[in-house]
Design a protein around this ligand. Structure first.
Ligand SMILES: [Mn+2]
Length: 276
């Protein structure tokens, strides 16, 4: 059996049993984290160079040993050259620090709600594991179904891949309908006054400042940190600073900068943005 498959099995076992641990609890698809020093990494899309840069420059291993938590915002595969090595590195990290490393679900881990393109993951799986490709791919899809959708960090942050929805509550984050899940994985913030409008992506919506304000108030947090939009500067604020986009797949998207966050509890978001 390929080593990758055994790592994958161990991560799935970990996720299946994940209910609570040091500084976190899990309710359905929602993680609730105590406020602690925190690294947040945006979309990776098979960009191993960006991931390695963040692991090194962010001193992730060292920080994990001293009480930091690390949250990845989803979209690990598709587009970039190294999705399986990105997964492999993330699995190693999760298994070494199961109560401090969290992999959230992106729209590229949501094939069951929306079929999307490009989806080159099956091609990489077939190339790397010609004898076991069906089993590896099926196992990756099972992993996707086990990933949490969002994390609420006590009275501070909401972390998720896409965005908030009308009428969002802790309950809809924990146990979303298929339609809510689709919106949460695919939506983007925009600055118009309308509450929502049609998204050019063909899935999800664009949500306005009032929708963000209501959702953050309902959840008792101050900011939404999300990824999903390949912003050229690596980060972008929307909605009077309430919404921060962080995007980490710099090389795959040929961005000017890639970004990640390294924050002490309740630190101003601006001062926790790290560019590479
Ligand atoms: Mn995405």
């Amino acid at each position: 059996m390929p080593r990758f498959l055994s790592l994958l099995d161990r991560v799935k076992e970990q996720l299946k049993g994940e209910k609570s641990g040091s500084g976190f609890t899990r309710e359905g698809s929602l993680l609730i984290l105590d406020a602690s020093p925190l690294i947040v990494v945006g979309d990776l899309h098979g960009d191993l160079i960006s991931l390695e840069t963040i692991l090194n420059e962010g001193r992730i291993n060292e920080r994990l040993k001293s009480g930091w938590k690390v949250v990845f915002l989803g979209d690990y595969a598709d587009r970039g050259p190294d999705p399986l090595r990105v997964y492999g590195a993330l699995f190693e990290l999760k298994l070494a620090h199961p109560e401090s490393v969290f992999l959230l679900k992106g729209n590229h881990e949501g094939m069951e709600v929306v079929k999307f393109l490009p989806h080159d993951l099956p091609w990489h799986v077939r190339n790397n594991y010609p004898d076991d490709h069906e089993e590896v791919y099926r196992s990756l899809l099972e992993l996707h179904s086990l990933l949490p959708l969002a994390a609420v960090v006590d009275s501070w942050l909401l972390l998720m891949h896409g965005g908030v929805t009308l009428g969002m509550t802790r309950r809809t984050l924990s146990y979303p309908s298929q339609e809510e899940l689709k919106l949460m994985l695919w939506s983007d913030p925009y600055e118009q006054a309308e509450r929502t409008s049609v998204s050019p992506r063909g899935a999800g919506v664009r949500f306005g400042p009032e929708v963000s304000k209501e959702a953050l108030k309902e959840l008792g947090v101050k900011y939404l940190v999300r990824s999903h939009s390949a912003v050229p500067a690596g980060y972008r604020f929307n909605h009077q600073g309430m919404v921060l986009t962080v995007f980490s797949a710099k090389h795959v998207y040929a961005l000017k900068k890639g970004a990640y966050l390294a924050l002490e509890p309740f630190q101003r978001l601006e001062s926790g943005i790290h560019l590479f």
